[in-house]
Design a protein around this ligand. Structure first.
Ligand SMILES: *Cc1c(COP(=O)(O)O)cnc(C)c1O
Length: 222
């Protein structure tokens, strides 16, 4: 077995059944994705629109593409017709643009709201006020071509496991609150948290979707 297929098999065995594995293939060649696909894996994540569209063109059409990076509004049009899930929605304007583009092609696009959970300043994401503003605004009710299916968050990049755990735990609490609320266009079923370095903690804290790159495909050379 090659490295990629054995890593995938290990993950499939160790992750809970309810947890979806998104194989993050950014910077990796099409051949690496094909190899994972040939093992039966269908969920792949990319963080750049151009790289995502180029790869999607060359690879099988039943792949479920996850846009996990920061998405600029002017690039939504390039992915709206095929993207499976957009993880990084961090503004109302972006949500509006996704809705507008999806409406034109009569699709409903599933989105995750990215929440800022890290104590680090550098990461993207909504704070509590911005989240409330989106969910409580009247305009959301008319946005029939998006569906908010969950939350996504990235913990601080630190060796302090307790800090990472606290950050994930906070996100899970917000997820549970929203799950029990009745906002229109919101149907919480996905909590995307955990990467190669912190997915074990994320799962212990209630993640049901992990985004794993280097632990499957090997370290990235930028
Ligand atoms: C690159 C990336 C990942 C995967 O990172 P690894 O540490 O390689 O597992 C997960 N999520 C996002 C948003 C990323 O950009």
């Amino acid at each position: 077995m090659s490295e990629i297929s054995s890593h995938l098999a290990d993950f499939k065995q160790s992750l809970p059944q309810s947890c979806t594995l998104v194989a993050v293939s950014k910077t990796k060649p099409v051949s690496a994705i094909q190899e994972a696909y040939d093992c039966g894996h269908l969920d792949f994540g990319e963080n750049k629109v151009q790289e995502l569209t180029e790869k999607a063109e060359k690879l099988p059409k039943d792949i479920k593409w996850h846009m996990i990076g920061h998405l600029q509004r002017n690039k939504v049009k390039y992915i709206v017709d095929f993207v499976h899930l957009i993880h990084g929605v961090d503004s109302f304007k972006l949500l509006q643009e996704i809705n507008k583009r999806a409406k034109k092609i009569d699709r409903v696009v599933n989105c995750l709201l990215q929440i800022h959970i890290a104590e680090e300043e550098t990461k993207f994401g909504l704070d509590q006020d911005e989240l409330n503003e989106i969910l409580n605004g009247d305009q959301l009710k008319e946005m029939n071509n998006i569906r908010i299916v969950g939350l996504m968050g990235m913990a601080t990049n630190t060796d302090d496991d307790e800090q990472v755990r606290r950050e994930f735990n906070g996100l899970k609490k917000r997820y549970d609150e929203l799950k029990n609320s009745d906002h229109t266009q919101v149907q919480m079923n996905t909590l995307s948290m955990g990467m190669s370095g912190d997915y074990k903690i994320a799962i212990e804290e209630g993640s049901n979707m992990v985004r794993i790159g280097s632990a499957i495909f090997g370290a990235r050379n930028y």
